[in-house]
Design a protein around this ligand. Structure first.
Ligand SMILES: C[S@@+](CC[C@H](N)C(=O)[O-])C[C@H]1O[C@@H](n2cnc3c(N)ncnc32)[C@H](O)[C@@H]1O
Length: 266
């Protein structure tokens, strides 16, 4: 795994293959989010944080007439997205500085804005890029207090790597409450639809949980460790997970995964 320096910030390099090991599970919230986006006649949309194009593909299927652009800060993800959808348009960019130049009828952000700080400023800024009648549609994991993530932070406090992992927690900011998003967005919208869903993903043992988060939540930790330390960190992490998640007789572990959804329409 490679660490990429972006200004003062360290960002781990995303792996499309690891991410897509759980493609069905990961794309389901994107489909649920899209099902609540109003309007059949959308002609312009950007999938921000498009990843390997799984969420972009949903947009191209629902709006075949639209000009759809996928954007992402990861070159690996953009490359995978281009291979998946050769007819669609993709670009690299950073949401913190990105500007679509023309107002869009849909900004779709599935499982990405949790990686971008300062939502008090970010959400009104994204809304300013939405055309009248259009929508900003957002889904973010709401799992920082789940044992999966508490255990990541606990494992990071091990003296062997505590100093190097001190900044890992801050790569993903805590999201705001539903009431705060409503307050931020309402002055800019005629309708703000917010809901929260907990999915229960049947995974193959505790190792399934580790594999799931290797491509997302564990990235800020693992990318700061060498190969041997990674194995040691994951051994500590597995031990902590075992205190919270029970394997069924067939080896399955049910992973509860809460997510917050927002569709804000101008
Ligand atoms: C969990 S994936 C989501 C992929 C896809 N949208 C989906 O629905 O499965 C998050 C993506 O956000 C991208 N990302 C993270 N921070 C970003 C930023 N500041 N600007 C643009 N993309 C970013 C990552 O490179 C990664 O591809």
């Amino acid at each position: 795994m490679v660490i990429v320096k972006v200004g003062m910030k360290m960002r781990a390099e995303w792996s499309p293959a690891q991410y897509l090991k759980f493609e069905d599970h990961r794309t389901r919230p994107a489909a649920d989010l899209l099902s609540r986006v109003p309007g059949a006649d959308i002609l312009s949309a950007v999938d921000i944080g498009c990843g390997p194009g799984n969420s972009t593909e949903l947009l191209t299927t629902r709006f075949p007439e639209a000009h759809i652009v996928g954007m992402d800060s990861s070159g690996n993800m953009i490359e995978a997205a281009r291979q998946r959808l050769p007819a669609a348009e993709f670009e690299t960019g950073d949401i913190e500085t990105w500007d679509p130049r023309t107002p869009q009828q849909l900004l779709f952000a599935n499982a990405v804005l949790q990686w971008v700080p300062n939502h008090q400023r970010l959400f009104p800024r994204l809304m300013s890029f939405v055309a009248d009648g259009g929508s900003l549609a957002v889904q973010m994991p709401d799992n920082l207090d789940e044992p999966t993530h508490v255990s990541m932070r606990q494992a990071a406090s091990d003296a062997r790597w505590q100093e190097r992992l001190a900044l890992a927690d801050s790569e993903r900011a805590a999201i705001e409450t539903a009431a705060t998003y409503y307050e931020i967005l309402k002055p800019h919208c005629r309708r703000v639809d917010i809901w929260r869903t907990t999915y229960f993903h049947p995974l193959q043992g505790l190792e399934g949980i580790v594999e799931w988060f290797k491509s997302t939540g564990l990235l800020p930790y693992l990318s700061r460790l060498d190969r041997h330390e990674k194995e040691s960190y994951l051994a500590v992490y597995r031990g902590l997970l075992a205190e919270h998640y029970a394997e069924a007789p067939d080896g399955t572990v049910l992973l509860p995964f809460p997510r917050l959804f927002i569709v804000a329409t101008k």
